[in-house]
Design a protein. Structure first.
Lengths: 518, 315, 322
């Protein structure tokens, strides 16, 4: 009896409500850097959205809303946009935010050393009008410009210069790689790369506080099974992603909730389409110059089977580089490539490359079950008579490998930051052009003159019907030429303890200020 | 060179006597030894004969049907109606076949690593004992250093270096050889020590001096004397090393620095299966883990028993 | 005696220099460090400047000497992946591994010796036989499987213990400790058992066989014949004489524990050196690999040296045979 009471006492003591709302969350990848301009990838930008802010931001429904700018309007006949800045905004270190910081952040984010450079391809200049007004001049009328800069984050010019971090350093890193000074709702109070990152609310934040977090801690847990165990045992309150195979079982557990959605991210296969450019391929580097071979790949891959088994029915087949939820999705080209192994074999015979061998590069910690998907694709290609060698690696090594042209075929996921079909055309469809900041993620060097011609027209077209017609044309060209093989739209699966309330944004950004710990 | 009749007749008979009478008698009387030998042989045999026994070839990507993925053991798949003894993994690979083929890799790596360690150990042990002087010092110091570095660390370092210097398309084939090299390199010391000790004993014997006197190089003669002497301890060490090598291979593959997922060994299978521990597909982890345990345990038991049987005074 | 010790110290230093050479060659030849540090948009001037800055234009022996003298001062360069000095990263991670290793070692030694003595004294008892069989299973189960099993049972099914990480830590100077908080201690239990189990079975089997050997000796029979109590025989005479070889092995196993921590840390996401090292291998982060190698070999060489010197004091005969 005595024993029983002690146990009871102990459990009540452990279960006593914690006054401080400590929130612990885990992710598979640690943000590589704390520098908002150094790496243009979702894990980094998603995390830093809690710390830094842009002129505009996206709300719960992904619509653009005012952030550090309170209002914006086009200048003249589309020469640019005028932003009115919010007053009385302070950075975490107490410095005041004003137009100088915007001009500085433009220079920093559009510099050659910055990974976000291509966002500013349409921009010709950023001019300070007064302390709280800024003009952003564009090369051509750009109706969607405010939509395209939600992730362009403002950094304090004084802080950056005082700490020798005036420009981002992708390779060696600098002060801003480890330290932050934003205007966002949370400030980073401790940063140990690969171990933990601690956030605390920014007392002087300008916005209205919805959350009740007093301290948040991010722990990267690479092993999905470990992170799931951590969620189940209550060691963390939130994990992203939940391993897709565990969704069904997790839904039956009352202590946790699974938050599911469709991400804006399309998973696709890309090809080396440059003559003799591949350094790492094994002898058949010009294999994919022939559109027939690319089409054969498209026919050989049984996407529904991948979705049925590896993704457990939690994803949708993709037909083009954007999902149907995006603005400018081409309904006219919504039919995915059909699975047709015999057709694939015939095409390979026709091209005279049956039995060819090549490398398939794949990340193994970036997308949901990425390595398993690539492995399955290897098998399907083998059935069609193409011998692919799978080379899977962590994402930290993956991008450098792709940038160095060390591939024949690769897996890529693309989530349009603007939620618009123009975005992947600019990054993945245009001929790579360093000067114009175009095609910066078009690793394979796909090139079509008409696409290059269409892009600026799409960018400056204000009439929705005309714009859609051009987007349809671009989607059709890329589909016909099999520039990429779109596979599926990645599902979003978050897991949280049931006492957590949160909002899931379709771009897979986890926004801390929408979290309530009950 | 001519034969040396004395040593020739002595050595084989000693070997035969040890194997035929004492050892075999003790063997038959020990149920543990018999059972573990039978289990080990059964596992080894089924691995060797995998292409004949296994219903499918899991290493041939063209033969896989993804729709068979996650089929539970002994239940027909919902789409293809195929049924599998131990179910299938996420790629639709038959777990039973994959275990058989995976065991081939595990055993191949294990045996090859032990052979490598054995040859290296015997050669270095002989050299060290026979030459003496600075050769002995260098080899034995190297052995000390080697002994202090756990195999797993050596293996990972070799793997890390190899990964940095080999081109991608050879990486998969290379992984197996790196495993063998790495595990073997960390295991030679015990062999070398035993052989060195035996060599030192033989070196002081009269016939060696005699051989030297009549101008013969006694090295070849010595080898014939030494090898039979060290046969039993080497056998014991080899058996226990085999168990250790199998576990080391599994561990390295589990850590992702071993056999690639397209050609999984038992360790790779366990790594893959771990991802499905919570989702209910227990068979992907369970069967490979049991196989690994059975393999390592039976070899370990055998080694343990051999040690006692061959040298009752030794613990 | 003194010359023996000096010789051993000299040999240890030589070993460290050789390991240093391996580490340095790794740094120098595995992948071009310039390639790793400059982006694709580098210019020839950038390359030349960095080459000179890193001293890569100098002859190999000069570079090697520089590397060694830098390493001796704890300077291993900058991690390719994290862009921070490797020494800082290692200092940050070391406490986690050392605490885990220490607790595992205490567990392995304590339980191992106790079980070893027990199984030796109750040689043919049921419990002793059971423990012996169980220990073989323990040796045959890879560490990682034990870890997964423990997580599944104690964290997920029973929910008693945390499944990953160190729990809450307290900072004492640069050292972070998990030993002072409840969550830190709880987080330590499963990894410590996982890491210590293998060494525990080793020590137990060793103690048992040494003990059996000693119990067979004449002086023990003598003592028994003289009517000395069983307890005094077992613990005063037998155990004491068993300890010399056992201590040697324990010394060597300490190093092994630190190295085997790699596996345990991976399974439990324990933020120590092992996890750092395995990540460094995956990312080909050579400076971190080289530093880890140097550090671990320093630990091993020191332990070895201590054992050798200890031996020399205990057993003068050993000075002669190498």
């Amino acid at each position: 009896m005595f024993k029983f009471t002690t146990v009871l006492l102990l459990t009540t003591a452990l279960a006593a409500p914690v006054m401080a709302k400590d929130f612990k969350f885990a992710a598979t990848t640690d943000p590589q850097t704390m520098d908002p301009h150094a790496v243009n990838s979702a894990p980094v930008l998603g995390f830093l959205n809690n710390v830094y802010e842009g002129l505009v931001r996206r709300g719960k429904d992904m619509a653009i809303e005012p952030a550090l700018a309170t209002a914006w309007e086009p200048i003249g006949e589309g020469e640019g946009w005028r932003f009115t800045l919010r007053q009385d905004v302070t950075f975490h270190d107490g410095a005041e935010f004003n137009a100088d910081d915007v001009v500085f952040s433009y220079k920093r984010a559009s510099d050659e050393s910055s990974d976000t450079r291509s966002w500013f391809a349409p921009v010709s200049d950023v001019v300070k009008v007064d302390d709280y007004t800024v003009d952003i001049m564009t090369n051509a009328p750009n109706p969607i410009f405010p939509d395209s800069i939600a992730n362009w984050m403002m950094m304090d010019s004084g802080w950056a210069e005082a700490n020798n971090a005036g420009l981002p350093d992708k390779e060696a890193g600098n002060y801003a790689t480890l330290n932050t000074n934003g205007t966002g709702a949370f400030k980073v109070t401790a940063r140990e790369p690969g171990l933990r990152t601690v956030l605390e609310p920014h007392g002087g934040w300008w916005g209205e506080v919805e959350h009740n977090i007093t301290r948040a801690e991010l722990t990267p847990i690479q092993n999905p099974a470990t992170s799931l165990a951590a969620l189940l045992s209550g060691d963390v309150d939130f994990i992203n992603p939940v391993p897709i195979q565990d969704v069904a079982r997790l839904k039956q557990n009352r202590d946790v909730s699974v938050i599911q959605g469709i991400e804006a991210r399309v998973i696709m296969l890309g090809f080396d389409q440059q003559e003799g450019a591949s350094e790492g391929g094994n002898g058949s580097s010009d294999l994919f110059l022939d559109p027939k071979v690319r089409e054969a790949v498209a026919k050989a891959v049984n996407v529904p089977a991948i979705l049925q088994t590896i993704m457990r029915g939690n994803a949708e087949v993709a037909s083009q580089l954007v999902s149907p939820a995006m603005r400018g999705f081409s309904a006219a080209n919504a039919t995915p490539y059909a699975y047709d192994p015999e057709g694939a074999k015939a095409l390979l015979e026709e091209a005279g490359v049956a039995g060819a061998s090549f490398d398939l590069k794949c990340p193994n910690n970036r997308y949901l079950n990425d390595e398993a998907v690539c492995q399955a694709i290897t098998g399907m290609l083998a059935q069609a008579g193409l011998s692919a060698t799978l080379d899977a690696m962590p994402v930290q090594n993956y991008w450098p490998e792709l940038r160095a042209d060390n591939f024949d075929m690769y897996l890529l996921g693309w989530s349009p930051g603007t939620f618009d079909a123009e975005h992947p055309i600019r990054f993945l469809g245009s001929t790579p052009n360093e000067e114009k900041k175009l095609g910066s993620w078009n690793f394979g060097g796909y090139s079509n003159a008409r696409i290059d011609e269409l892009l600026p027209m799409i960018q400056s077209e204000i009439d929705d019907i005309k714009r859609q017609a051009m987007l349809d044309e671009a989607a059709k060209i890329m589909q016909d030429e099999v520039a990429y093989v779109p596979l599926y739209v990645q599902p979003l699966v978050w897991g949280a303890r049931s006492n957590i309330e949160l909002t899931q944004r379709p771009d897979n950004f986890f926004i801390l200020r929408w979290v309530t710990v009950n | 060179m001519n034969d040396t009749p004395i040593s020739d007749s002595a050595a084989p008979s000693r070997v035969r006597r040890a194997l035929d009478s004492d050892l075999f008698y003790a063997f038959r009387r020990s149920p543990v030894a018999v059972v573990s030998t039978v289990v080990a042989l059964l596992l080894i045999l089924s691995a060797v004969l995998a292409p004949l026994i296994a219903p499918t070839n899991p290493f041939d990507p063209a033969s896989l049907n993804l729709m068979n993925g996650f089929t539970p053991p002994m239940e027909p798949n919902a789409f293809t109606a195929d049924s599998f003894l131990m179910g299938t993994d996420d790629q639709g690979r038959d777990v039973f076949s994959t275990i058989l083929y995976g065991m081939r890799i595990s055993l191949f790596v294990g045996f090859a690593a032990v052979m490598f360690a054995l040859v290296l150990g015997i050669v270095l042990g002989l050299l060290s004992g026979y030459m003496g002087g600075w050769v002995d010092t260098v080899i034995m110091r190297a052995a000390d250093v080697q002994l202090t570095f756990p195999s797993i660390l050596v293996a990972m370092l070799i793997f890390g270096i190899a990964k940095g210097i080999t081109p991608v398309e050879y990486r998969d084939q290379m992984a197996i050889w790196v495993l063998i090299l790495a595990i073997g390199l960390s295991d030679w010391v015990q062999f070398a020590r035993v052989v060195r000790g035996a060599t030192l004993v033989e070196k002081s014997k009269d016939y060696v001096a005699a051989a030297q006197l009549i101008g013969r190089r006694p090295f070849a003669i010595m080898i014939r004397h030494i090898l039979p002497n060290v046969l039993s301890p080497v056998l014991v060490i080899a058996t226990i090393s085999l168990a250790l090598a199998i576990i080391a291979e599994a561990t390295l593959s589990f850590l992702g620095v071993g056999a690639p997922p397209t050609q999984p060994s038992l360790g790779t299978l366990i790594r893959i299966g771990q991802g499905f521990l919570f989702s209910g597909e227990w068979w992907i982890l369970f069967f490979p883990a049991c196989t690994l345990l059975a393999l390592a345990l039976s070899v370990n038991l055998l080694g343990d028993w051999l040690r006692d049987a061959l040298n009752p005074r030794l613990k | 005696m003194l010359s023996y010790i000096l010789k051993r110290i000299g040999q240890s230093a030589l070993v460290l220099i050789i390991v240093g050479l391996v580490a340095f060659s790794m740094f120098r030849f595995v992948g071009d460090p310039i390639d790793n540090m400059l982006g694709q948009e580098r210019t020839m001037e950038d390359v030349e400047r960095l080459r000179a800055q890193l001293g890569l234009d100098q002859p190999f022996p000069v570079q090697y000497f520089k590397f060694l003298s830098n390493a001796a001062q704890g300077n291993f360069g900058v991690s390719f992946r994290q862009g921070r000095p490797v020494a800082d990263i290692i200092a940050e991670r070391a406490p986690a591994t050392l605490e885990l290793a220490a607790v595992s070692a205490i567990l392995a030694v304590g339980v191992g010796i106790a079980l070893g003595v027990f199984t030796a004294i109750r040689r043919d008892g049921f419990m002793a036989n059971f423990i012996m069989s169980a220990s073989l299973i323990g040796v045959s189960l890879p560490t990682f499987l034990i870890g997964i099993l423990l997580i599944y049972v104690f964290s997920v099914e029973l929910g008693w213990l945390p499944s990953f990480g160190r729990g809450e830590t307290v900072k004492i100077g640069w050292w972070t400790t998990g030993l002072l908080t409840e969550s830190g201690l709880k987080a330590l239990i499963l990894p410590a058992i996982t890491l210590g189990l293998y060494q525990m079975t080793l020590i137990m089997r060793l103690v048992r066989s040494e003990m059996l050997e000693v119990l067979r000796q004449d002086y023990i029979r003598f003592a028994r014949a003289r009517g000395v109590s069983e307890r005094t025989i077992n613990f005063r005479h037998a155990l004491k004489n068993t300890m010399v070889p056992v201590i040697t092995i324990i010394g060597l196993q300490l190093g092994a524990i630190i190295a085997f921590a790699i596996i345990t840390e991976t399974v439990f996401q324990w933020p120590g050196l092992g996890l750092l090292f395995i990540n460094a291998i995956q990312f080909v982060d050579i400076p971190v690999m080289a530093a880890y190698l140097m550090m671990i070999s320093l630990v091993f060489v020191l332990i070895n040296l201590a054992v050798d010197i200890l031996y020399a004091f205990i057993d003068p005969r050993l000075r002669v045979s190498a």
